[in-house]
Design a protein around this ligand. Structure first.
Ligand SMILES: Nc1ncnc2c1ncn2[C@@H]1O[C@H](COP(=O)(O)OP(=O)(O)OP(=O)(O)O)[C@@H](O)[C@H]1O
Length: 737
């Protein structure tokens, strides 16, 4: 019976649709795809908003290990209430996406015959998407043809699918890699959480294809990253040898971990040698005497650098360049580079290096790098003609059929505000005020992401807020913080930073993603790429170290058509140095000269802060009396008062909070002294051209002794009875004599 249905669908396809004419040379026949789209709708599972198809075979696949599976086992897949809720969420999200004309084009996935029918089903039925975003439409045709691309597009505009869709289509071609015996594509992402998120999306797309594939021909995703045992990677990358299903179709990795394997500093290399010797005859390795992982990676023809500018800056630069040196030569591979930001220096570095192929020298040279810029700003230095859609259509025949609407693609989706701290002892009360005010705005739907400059500060503030009230209730094991409670006694604050174990990081990240409301305290590990749904407010406690970081941080809200809000809290020593720069940066970003669109001061918070400061200075006249009245009635003042019990705990040596406050103090000091000496607003180390400017600014530079005074103020604000003593060597290192 099954065969009959299968054959019938084949005949219908051959007679009627002719999809095979437009879908060439694939491992999966178009017939499979047709049966996918025409079969009954795939069953849905919790909790992802995205629907995965049920496997056709009930046998477990030998490659299951390799698949990044975000579905928790045991969840009820037939829960109709959940499905209805899921449908509603997807419908709401789609409606929201439609609200933003700068996000979506009029190109429907269903009209694209250059997409495999199963991929179309995955996008429409699985992800609930209908039309392409600008960056997807502008890059698909060229990427599908194998061209290298450098693309820039606003945060939250679907860049992940922009690189996954065309590359997965290419991987379905037979000749691009040896399934199971070489890796089809490698994606590098700067953080672990981002790598996991990308792998998850890839796995969802592939799972629709796998539904129609035999067990030993499944398309797999492996995701590797630091902070977990190497043995896990070995298991993921060597799989079940007996089934001959060895290497993943798509490998997603953070740079450092991948490099460790490539350089042979991991058990993987040894494992590959042993395995190679055993399997040589059986599966016929082509490279008989070169069995190391690095040799296999050299066969990979597609590489993606997500968050390209981050991967080409700071400590990532060396790792990325080394990784690329193990890959196929530039002309022989497709290199896809995506980010929301691309500083001039990074672009210059890219174009002058061997990371991508140079500009074409003759008209026949078709394979040059294609630059696609979906942001109309005035700074970041992409080619002017990169925005010309005709350019792209001309080189990518299928795309030429589609008309793209010409709306501005950097329309503002985030309302940006700032407030300046009058003194560092206001740091914690202001944070509490911001959180409570947001809770009061919409007590059911607040979702707040708060960035702090360093991991130890995240940890301390998390502990302060979660142990601040009654602490943990031992009977219910519930968090009963009174500082920001939601009335239901649930955990509503999570922390994430690089000082945590990977499992705790993943738990926090997943919890915040799934939560309808909540607060995530984070370091910059969450600044890039992470797609937490429905974040209502992004708060930055202290200016980020670069303009790019600012763009990425606020980009965690206002995604995929939604609107969001962000609040930048400038510390007292950042006000004069940075306020102006943020305004200028924002003007550049939005390509506007009107004052209206600058980052606005949050007047309510500013009034409360000023009033409190003046009250402290006891400098009162009639007007100030009035301010004082506002102050004592203000939420800020209430928050000040509510913090006292926690401060008292710290003052009288709380076993967790007091050492944590001391560590936060040291971390604050070290962070700001280090950044004062190295950073500029573009986030790059000083170069020759900026040296003269730097010299003139040197006079205004914030001296370590001043930072020390602010840090002391911060320490007093935490409740610490005395300023922590610094180790002498450490102090000298920081330039504090
Ligand atoms: N064509 C589409 N239509 C509607 N929503 C989409 C479309 N493509 C992707 N999305 C949704 O947009 C959201 C953001 O996507 P994604 O994380 O890929 O953005 P991004 O551009 O990579 O952002 P960032 O720069 O922050 O990394 C996701 O929830 C995704 O499901």
């Amino acid at each position: 019976m099954g065969n009959m249905i299968y054959c019938t669908s084949r005949i219908i396809l051959l007679l009627g649709l002719g999809i095979g004419l437009t879908y060439p040379n694939s491992l999966i026949s178009p017939i499979d795809g047709f049966s996918a789209s025409s079969s009954s709708s795939p069953k849905k599972r919790r909790p992802t908003k995205i629907v995965r198809p049920k496997r056709r075979s009930t046998n477990s696949s030998p490659s299951d290990d390799l698949i990044v599976n975000t579905d928790d086992a045991g969840r009820d897949s037939n829960n109709s209430n959940n499905n209805i809720e899921e449908e509603e969420i997807r419908f709401r999200r789609h409606e929201q996406a439609l609200q933003d004309p700068s996000l979506l084009t009029n190109i429907r996935f269903s009209d694209r015959t250059d997409l495999h029918p199963t991929t179309r089903t995955a996008l429409i039925d699985g992800f609930g998407l209908k039309t392409m975003t600008h960056v997807q439409a502008k890059t698909f045709g060229a990427a599908r043809e194998g061209r290298s691309i450098l693309a820039r597009s606003r945060t939250g505009t679907g860049k992940t699918l922009a690189f996954l869709l065309p590359t997965i289509e290419r991987l379905l071609d037979l000749d691009l890699y040896r399934p199971g015996r070489s890796i089809g594509m490698i994606v590098i992402a700067p953080t672990r959480e981002l790598a996991i998120q990308i792998a998850d999306q890839a796995e969802i797309l592939l799972s629709f294809h796998n539904k129609y594939r035999q067990n030993n021909k499944q398309l797999n995703v492996a995701c590797i990253y630091g902070g977990v045992k190497m043995q896990r990677d070995v298991r993921l990358l060597t799989g079940d040898h007996r089934q001959g299903n060895l290497l993943p179709t798509i490998l997603v990795s953070t740079p450092a971990r991948l490099l460790e394997h490539l350089e042979g500093n991991s058990p993987l290399s040894k494992n590959f040698s042993n395995h190679h010797q055993k399997q040589q005859g059986e599966i016929g390795w082509q490279r008989r005497n070169k069995s190391k992982f690095a040799d296999l990676v050299a066969e990979t023809k597609i590489i993606v650098l997500d968050e390209t500018d981050r991967l080409l800056q700071g400590s990532n630069l060396y790792d990325t360049q080394r990784i690329l040196s193990f890959m196929a030569r530039t002309e022989k591979r497709q290199t896809l580079l995506f980010s929301a930001t691309l500083p001039r220096q990074v672009r210059r570095l890219l174009l002058n290096s061997s990371i991508v192929k140079k500009k074409k020298k003759t008209d026949e040279d078709e394979d040059e790098l294609l630059e696609v810029d979906c942001i109309d700003d005035v700074d970041e230095g992409m080619d002017e003609d990169a925005n010309d859609l005709n350019n792209i259509s001309a080189t990518t025949s299928p795309a030429a059929k589609f008309e793209l609407s010409s709306v501005s693609t950097n329309q503002r989706r985030v309302e940006e505000c700032y407030v300046s701290l009058e003194n560092m002892s206001q740091f914690i009360p202001l944070l509490l005020t911001i959180l409570r005010r947001e809770q009061q705005r919409d007590s059911q739907n607040y979702k707040i992401l708060v960035f702090f400059p360093a991991g130890r500060l995240v940890r301390f503030l998390f502990q302060f807020f979660t142990m601040g009230g009654r602490g943990r209730d031992s009977s219910s094991k519930r968090n009963t913080s009174q500082l920001v409670a939601d009335g239901n006694d649930n955990d509503i604050i999570w922390e994430i930073h690089s000082r945590m174990s990977q499992s705790s990081r993943s738990r926090a990240s997943n919890a915040f993603r799934a939560a309808r409301r909540g607060i995530l305290f984070s370091s910059d590990v969450s600044a890039r790429g992470l797609d937490y749904p429905d974040v209502s407010l992004v708060v930055q406690m202290g200016a980020p170290s670069s303009e790019q970081d600012y763009v990425h941080r606020i980009g965690r809200t206002g995604r995929a058509g939604k609107l969001g809000r962000s609040l930048l809290v400038l510390l007292p020593f950042e006000i004069h140095h940075k306020q102006e720069r943020w305004q200028k940066a924002q003007r550049r970003r939005l390509g506007q000269s009107s004052d209206d669109d600058y980052i606005k001061e949050d007047e309510q918070l500013a009034t409360w802060l000023r009033a409190q400061n003046e009250e402290q200075n006891e400098n009162r006249n009639g007007e100030e009396e009035e301010k004082m009245r506002i102050s004592s009635a203000s939420l800020f003042q209430q928050c000040q008062d509510d913090l006292e019990p926690t401060r008292l705990k710290i003052r009288s040596y709380h076993v967790v909070l007091t050492p944590s406050a001391q560590a936060a103090y040291v971390s604050f000091l070290a962070h700001y002294i280090a950044t004062a000496s190295t950073s500029n607003p573009n986030g790059n180390r000083k170069n020759n051209s900026s040296r003269s400017r730097s010299r003139s600014k040197a006079k205004n530079k914030l001296q370590p002794s001043r930072i020390l005074a602010y840090a002391d103020d911060f320490a007093r604000g935490t409740g610490l009875a005395s300023i922590p003593e610094l180790d002498e060597t450490f102090a000298t290192k920081l330039g504090l004599n």
